[in-house]
Design a binder for this molecule. Structure first.
Ligand SMILES: [Zn+2]
Length: 123
């Protein structure tokens, strides 16, 4: 059973992560788009063929960074939601408790070490 103060500490860590990720996302989205969807910025390096290739490469790297950030943001929001519901620190797969050390290192963890390692087939 996680203590109230531990959960509060985790919540602060998650809120901070949430803010960090959102500001990173803002850096890579197209600023003149007033959309709630985050679109990867398409850079404009020039009109020559090699410029276009560089633009595509930069766009793709923005896109994959954006995907990574969105994924992390989802995990963080999920964990914050779990705190609200009182299910934080419970493994999504086996329903067991997630180790506090693991939560400290990775506040958005939603599976225990055993289930996570089970992924690799060597649990
Ligand atoms: Zn588990």
């Amino acid at each position: 059973m996680l203590s109230k103060s531990f959960i509060e500490q985790q919540k602060q860590a998650l809120l901070q992560k949430n803010e960090e990720i959102e500001s990173q996302l803002k850096d890579i989205v197209n600023k003149d788009r007033q959309s709630t969807e985050y679109d990867a910025m398409f850079p404009d390096f020039g009109d020559k063929e090699e410029d276009n290739a560089a633009e595509v490469a930069a766009y793709e790297s923005n896109l994959s960074l954006e995907e990574d950030l969105k994924f992390s943001l989802d995990r963080v929001k999920y964990a914050l939601d779990a705190i609200e519901k009182g299910t934080y620190g419970t493994c999504d797969r086996c329903g067991g408790a997630i180790n506090e050390e693991r939560l400290k290192a990775f506040p958005q963890a939603s599976t225990c070490m055993k289930c996570k390692n089970g992924h690799n087939g060597n649990a």
